[in-house]
Ligand binder design. Structure first.
Ligand code: PMV
Length: 349
């Protein structure tokens, strides 16, 4: 199965997987951010979000059923997972087992090609791959929309990584089952816009505050949160129009203000959550200088200090050089639009 720029994942029930399944998913970067949950158990966001799935840093996850085992076994990048990451994977498997009416424990092996927990969307690619692989392994036959709802239960941003290119995650309305049904991701068709994203890995260490805890604190204590959430609705509709026009300057301006606004809500939380480091600010200054020099380049940051710079592919080398000058020693990777999550075929296993 070819995966390049496919709009979405094949359904999880496409093939019967007797012993288990392996899925590959890529991270996505939100141009309109999700920040804050209105239901923490069902992982329902307060705001709609829109992202670009990348062609770098895939996560590969294998789920094998192990009927005789006393418990689930979870390996992350070759080592046994512990603490919160292990708890989240097992809670996710419990959900899949409940939906499938099954009880067998599983052996889960996950490999990230990006540092876990550093604000580079490893939870997005991770839970997208886990959703696809575990649904297939337990024989759950879900269409892409239902799979995106399932992935959302691991991490709301993961619902978008099931799809290639641009994707929107709907926050939905209502409570309980209605909210669960209404919050899902779907691809956004943007045929004529294929920007580059220059990623400045200024710090690959794990973040001090998890995005989950930071979101909760922001929603509960930041006086700026409601106004950012409201302005994000306007940002989204303007973003959709700018994407259809293929207008990089408009897309970049909206994405940058939406991200800076999200970080402003965190800075106003009590106590403040500050992910942006001096190196982040140096890259942001470099981006401003690029624009002053006539190079269209726009920054976005997630729950970490790393910066992603949106630009025309023809300018990517110049942007990467400016980033290296701004933060000597930082590693820089240029990404493009990437594929949706997919199950590996038997021959690839
Ligand atoms: O889904 P999480 O817990 O990885 O949340 C991350 C949210 C941001 O990356 C900051 C924004 C987004 O929409 O991806």
């Amino acid at each position: 199965m070819s995966v390049d720029h496919q709009p979405g994942p094949a359904g999880s029930g496409e093939r019967a997987f007797e012993h288990g399944a392996t899925a590959v998913a890529h991270p996505n970067i939100a141009l309109i951010k999700y920040w804050g949950k209105r239901d923490e158990r069902l992982m329902i966001p307060y705001v709609d979000s829109l992202s670009l799935t990348l062609d770098v840093f895939p996560t590969t996850t294998t789920v094998r059923l192990s009927p005789g085992a006393p418990a689930d076994s979870v390996t992350l990048d070759g080592s046994p997972a512990e603490g919160e990451p292990r708890r989240r994977v097992i809670a996710f498997l419990d959900l899949v087992r409940e939906l499938a009416g099954r009880t067998e424990p599983a052996v889960v092996d996950t490999r990230n090609s990006v540092p876990t927990g550093a604000g580079l969307a490893s939870s997005a690619s991770g839970f997208a791959a886990l959703a696809l692989a575990s649904a297939a392994a337990y024989g759950l036959d879900l269409d892409p929309t239902a799979l995106s709802r399932l992935a959302r239960r691991g991490s709301a941003s993961a619902s978008r990584s099931l799809f290639g290119g641009f994707a929107i995650c709907h926050a939905g309305r209502g409570t309980g089952a209605a909210a669960d049904l209404g919050s899902y991701a779907e691809p956004v068709s943007v045929p004529d816009f294929d920007p580059a994203l220059v990623i400045a890995l200024v710090d690959a260490g794990p973040k001090a505050v998890s995005s989950r805890a930071a979101m909760r604190r922001t929603v509960e204590t930041s006086p700026l949160y409601r106004s950012w959430a409201t302005s994000s609705e306007a940002d989204l509709s303007q973003m959709r129009a700018a994407l259809q026009r293929g207008d990089l300057d408009a897309v970049g301006e909206i994405a940058e203000r939406n991200a800076l606004g999200m970080h402003a809500t965190m800075l106003a939380a009590r106590p403040a959550v500050r992910y942006l480091s001096p190196a982040t600010v140096a890259v942001l200054d470099g981006v401003l200088q690029l624009r002053a020099d006539g190079v269209p380049a726009y920054a976005t940051m997630d729950a970490g200090p790393n910066v992603k710079v949106l630009c025309h592919p023809a300018d990517a080398a110049r942007v990467a050089e400016a980033v290296r000058v701004a933060t000597p020693g930082c590693s820089v990777v240029t990404a493009r639009r990437g594929p949706g999550a997919r199950l590996r075929t038997g021959a690839e296993q």
